[in-house]
Design a binder for this molecule. Structure first.
Ligand code: DGT
Ligand code: CA
Ligand code: ZN
Length: 592
């Protein structure tokens, strides 16, 4: 059983307990445990098998036992019991602001409300207002809540929020009296999906900021606006919260509103140990002496005796422990990326020519680029058979001649067939490299998927395992397989695992990245570009995901310079990817 399934079961128990009116501490214990499992590096199944569940923070004894049962038997009687008789749609009712477990229960028992549609109907014909403890005001608040939920409940891709967030940030920075302003929240932490955008500003004239935000042309509705906070909903439904603090509070405010909540809690706990109370306004010595002046976030961490923890590391509290131990990783930086693979062109399902992609690579300052269109099995994407691959070679040669500063490798994104064989297996000698990816039969069972991937990685042309999880954010979850077995195979054959920078993929995900690096397997951060404009996705999105997984420069194979990278691919030292007599693919196999 995958970690996320166990996490989901625990989260559901939390909600069910809440609906049943149980003790909030118990509810929270399950919520916390679910979160801990979601970001767990190891397979929970392994921990159970080795009797090491105790190593997971926040898992008390009875929770450990439940996890054990769940993992070993695949189900949990306790959860089945709790589910008994509770309609699943009540969870949605519970998520409406102002409707707690008590009210949800009353709506259910008195009015037969089982989900949002039945609740909306009950509001529309006034039955909710007539209910004891509710009233007309509550009813209209619930209706507004339902509408609001429909518009904003869904999370959005980071890429769908960044442009608006940056535009509004510029607007805030331009407002009178603003000394500093930044994007905060999940967007600053680089999370793949975002619920709402948070912006924080330091100003002594808060009203000027609020006015500017309310008056913005993209604003559809002002949800609330006061001296310290304005919330607006943009026309596309995106919610933006803008907070203003006094300049001396800025460092503490920025850390607080950057989150994550779990990181904040841990940091506050640590501050207490150091003799300070910490909140969004100030770091106050407990002995009553005046708070230190903190010019910026760095100063705040320094005052606590900690190295600076980059926002990309603040998803979980682990980084705090690492900072305390002086063991924070030195994260890979955008300028470290010297080139990319996994670039599609109009030959398969891309929009631009080989030459346009290479020109863009040159413009971005890359030293090398690997053209890799889909292979024939990806028929839906107009994948290339060997004849078309050969024909494409002419365009590749032309691009090499036109852009001598960029080394152009010519490969394919090869489909891994259901049994782990590779597409075009008889012709792979003609490729400079292959990114091997799964595009079909994504939900085959775990053992078969593991065998499939392990087999594919053994082929010497395969240098990168493309989007290993196969997830599509907000659409589908990834495949299941034994990561340890696959990573062992990757290590054995010196294959890198991709961090795919397509904003809907971000695959391997940051949780897996940590595990990949810890096992000594290299990453290859790629754009999976389908147009020249998306070639930079490797840096803008893929690299952020890698950083969130603690990746350093040494972990990422495409931080090598062109020569070393060509050697790693197994491509000879001269010419555009043509293998010279001595340049065997084994030449670069010692990179581990
Ligand atoms: P999101 O919006 O779900 O994508 O994720 P965030 O992290 O942006 O969450 P959001 O917008 O609810 O809150 C922004 C930050 O404010 C959050 O990361 C940490 C901080 N924060 C919010 N509520 C609490 C809280 O109850 N306790 C603590 N310690 N911090 C909080
Ligand atoms: Ca947020
Ligand atoms: Zn692909």
């Amino acid at each position: 059983m995958e970690n996320r399934e166990v996490a989901r079961a625990l989260a559901e128990i939390g909600q069910l307990l809440e609906l049943r009116g149980e003790n909030p501490f118990k509810v929270r214990a399950y919520e916390n445990a679910a979160r801990a499992l979601e970001s767990l590096q190891e397979d929970v199944a392994t921990l159970v098998a080795e009797d090491r569940l105790g190593e997971v923070k926040g898992l008390g004894k009875s929770l450990r036992e439940k996890v054990r049962v769940l993992v070993t038997t695949g189900s949990l009687p306790y959860l089945e019991e709790l589910r008994e008789g509770i309609p699943a749609g009540l969870f949605d009712v519970l998520s409406i602001p102002g409707v707690g477990p008590k009210k949800t229960k009353a709506l259910w028992e008195e009015l037969g409300v089982v989900d949002l549609p039945s609740l909306e109907a009950a509001c529309r014909d006034g039955r909710v207002a007539a209910l004891k403890g509710f009233g007309a005001k509550t009813q209209s608040k619930i209706l507004a809540g339902i509408e609001h939920l429909a518009l904003t409940a869904r999370r959005r891709l980071r890429s769908q929020c960044l442009p608006q967030a940056r535009r509004l940030l510029a607007l805030v920075r331009a407002a009178e009296g603003v000394e500093r302003a930044d994007i905060a929240g999940s967007l600053r932490r680089g999370r793949e999906t975002v619920k709402d955008v948070d912006i924080i500003a330091a100003s002594t004239r808060g009203e000027a900021v609020m006015e500017a935000v309310r008056a913005d042309e993209a604003v559809d509705e002002v949800i609330g606006s006061g001296p310290t906070k304005t919330s607006v909903r943009l026309r596309d439904g995106l919610q933006v919260d803008v907070r203003v603090v006094e300049p001396p509070s800025y460092a503490c405010g920025l850390v607080y509103f950057t989150g994550s909540k779990e990181f904040n809690v841990a940091l506050r706990g640590y501050a207490l140990e150091q003799g300070y109370s910490l909140n969004e306004y100030a770091l106050r010595p407990l002995d009553g002496s005046p708070p230190p002046e903190l010019a910026d976030e760095e100063a705040l961490f320094e005052a606590l005796g900690l190295a600076y923890v980059h926002p990309h590391l603040r998803e979980t509290p682990d980084a705090l422990a690492a900072a305390r131990a002086g063991q924070l990783p030195e994260l890979v930086e955008p300028e470290d990326l010297r080139g990319v693979l996994h670039v599609h062109t109009a030959w398969s399902d891309g929009a631009d020519s080989v030459e346009e992609m290479v020109r863009q690579a040159a413009e971005l300052g890359y030293e090398y680029v690997g053209i890799s269109d889909h292979s024939a099995a990806a028929r839906y994407a107009n994948g290339l058979g060997i004849e078309r691959f050969r024909a494409q070679r002419e365009e590749v040669e032309a691009a090499r001649a036109a852009f001598p500063g960029v080394r152009v490798f010519h490969g394919l994104e090869l489909d891994i067939l259901a049994d782990g064989a590779l597409d075009l297996a008889d012709h792979l000698d003609e490729l400079d490299f292959a990114v091997a990816s799964v595009h079909s039969h994504l939900s085959m069972e775990r053992e078969a998927m593991t065998r499939r991937l392990v087999r594919a990685l053994a082929h010497p042309k395969v240098r990168v395992l493309g989007h290993p999880e196969g997830r599509k954010l907000l659409q589908r979850e990834g495949s299941e397989f034994d990561w340890d077995a696959v990573l062992d195979a990757a290590a054995e054959h010196d294959v890198a695992v991709e961090v795919n920078g397509h904003p809907r993929r971000l695959d391997a995900s940051w949780v897996r990245v940590r595990r990949i690096c810890a096992r000594g397997v290299k990453l290859c951060v790629n754009p999976d570009a389908h147009s020249a404009g998306s070639l930079d996705d490797a840096r803008v999105y893929g690299l952020v995901e890698a950083r969130r997984g603690w990746a350093t420069r040494a972990d990422v194979v495409n931080t090598l310079d062109a020569e070393a990278f060509a050697a790693w691919l197994g491509v000879g030292p001269t010419g555009g990817g043509k293998k010279t007599a001595g340049g065997k693919k084994t030449a670069g196999r010692g990179t581990k």
